[in-house]
Design a protein around this ligand. Structure first.
Ligand SMILES: NC(=O)c1ccc[n+]([C@@H]2O[C@H](COP(=O)([O-])OP(=O)(O)OC[C@H]3O[C@@H](n4cnc5c(N)ncnc54)[C@H](O)[C@@H]3O)[C@@H](O)[C@H]2O)c1
Length: 347
């Protein structure tokens, strides 16, 4: 494809705005349309980034022949219907995380894209950070040996996001699906995508339901309508005995904590917040703090999507991999609901 890819933004909220801003740094694309059910929001984004076409209905955008591809930046429950409609209109799709409400929906989206020969990439933005790219490169070179365990501690003290995030019908869950999808995707990818077989999990909603944990994120918060968890603990086991564990909250009586680590037979790494690589030489412990390049993860993600669209190549975070991620998240949620270990049957 020699011409620029004409990209349509569907959803002009927080992440839609971040994508529009990031696209200014990208080459080979032009944002030609924006759509939001909130007309004011769509118009404001169009004004700010000089986007020629504005819509309030995504079907109108898809019918207008003004885009080649779309970026789906709407609430989780709309990802599947919008993606299926876009694929049916011969558009390639960059879909925000989580790809869908559950694995079943994700499978439908992937099958539709494969059948139509369309690219479906999940916006797992954490994979496009300088730290993740660097650690992945080391992992692929075998610098950590076998990565047998991954651990994410991502605790917000008072960070319940507002609006639809708190409504299970629109979001499918709280921090497990909102933040856990990043943590699980990233660690599983760094481990080389082993086959998950079982999960155990616990979820809590004490603070969210009782009016605590609002913080700066909670404008417009209605605890009476809080139907998701505010904290999750989970252990996911893979076929070969490896595992990863999560402790993630939107709200908890704790200091804010944010780190992820991987543990391998030859070395380990912390890749958030301060990237550090851990090795041992004889009795000498080596802690290496790399001077990472800096870039905007959303710009890297959008550039990669557009490059894949132009070259008709599979992206580095294809929708098909998100099916397995959703299977893991579904299993954690099921285990939390039933109080029993949930078996995972992938595929
Ligand atoms: N990758 C990341 O780092 C990251 C960060 C934030 C959000 N997200 C994801 O992006 C998605 C959106 O989150 P957000 O924080 O931007 O939410 P938001 O509420 O700020 O924005 C969502 C926008 O979608 C619009 N909308 C809702 N239904 C629509 C429809 N049918 N058609 C067109 N527009 C519609 C809303 O009016 C709103 O403007 C979620 O899936 C979220 O998980 C990803």
């Amino acid at each position: 494809m020699s011409k620029k890819v004409r990209l349509g933004m569907i959803g002009a909220g927080n992440i839609g705005r971040a994508h529009a801003e990031a696209c200014q740094e990208c080459t080979g694309l032009q944002v030609t349309a924006v759509c939001d059910v909130d007309a004011q929001r769509a118009k404001a984004l169009a004004r700010e980034y000089d986007i020629p076409h504005v819509f309030t209905g995504y079907k109108d955008l898809l019918a207008a022949d003004v885009v080649d591809a779309v970026s789906v930046c709407t609430p989780n429950n709309t990802h599947m219907p919008i993606t299926l409609a876009a694929i049916a209109s011969d558009k390639d799709v960059l879909c925000e995380k989580p790809i869908a409400m559950n694995a079943q929906q994700a499978r439908r989206m992937v099958a539709a894209a494969e059948k139509a020969g369309r690219i479906l990439m999940t916006a797992q933005s954490a994979r496009y950070t300088p730290a993740a790219r660097f650690i992945k490169k080391l992992a692929d070179r075998g610098k950590f040996g076998d990565i047998y365990y991954g651990k994410a501690l991502w605790l917000r003290r008072a960070g319940i996001p507002k609006g639809w995030f708190q409504d299970a019908k629109q979001s499918a869950g709280g921090p497990l699906i909102d933040l856990g999808v990043h943590a699980v995707d990233l660690m599983w990818w760094l481990m080389g995508r082993p086959k998950p077989v079982a999960a155990f999990g616990v979820t809590f909603d004490h603070l969210g339901r009782s009016g605590q944990g609002m913080g700066d994120w909670g404008v417009g918060w209605n605890p009476g309508k809080f139907t998701v968890e505010d904290m999750v603990g989970a252990l996911i086991r893979f076929e070969d005995g490896r595992a990863l564990s999560l402790d993630i909250s939107w709200a908890a009586h704790t200091a804010d904590v944010y780190w992820m680590r991987i543990f391998g037979t030859k070395g380990g790494a912390q890749f958030m917040p301060d990237t550090t690589v851990y090795h041992t030489d004889g009795k000498t412990k080596l802690d290496v703090v790399p001077q990472l390049e800096r870039w905007n993860q959303y710009a890297a993600e959008n550039q990669h999507f557009v490059d894949c669209v132009r070259r008709r190549e599979e992206p580095a975070s294809p929708g098909s991999q998100s099916v397995t991620v959703m299977e893991m998240l579904d299993a954690v949620a099921k285990a939390a609901r039933t109080g029993r270990m949930a078996l995972i049957r992938t595929g």
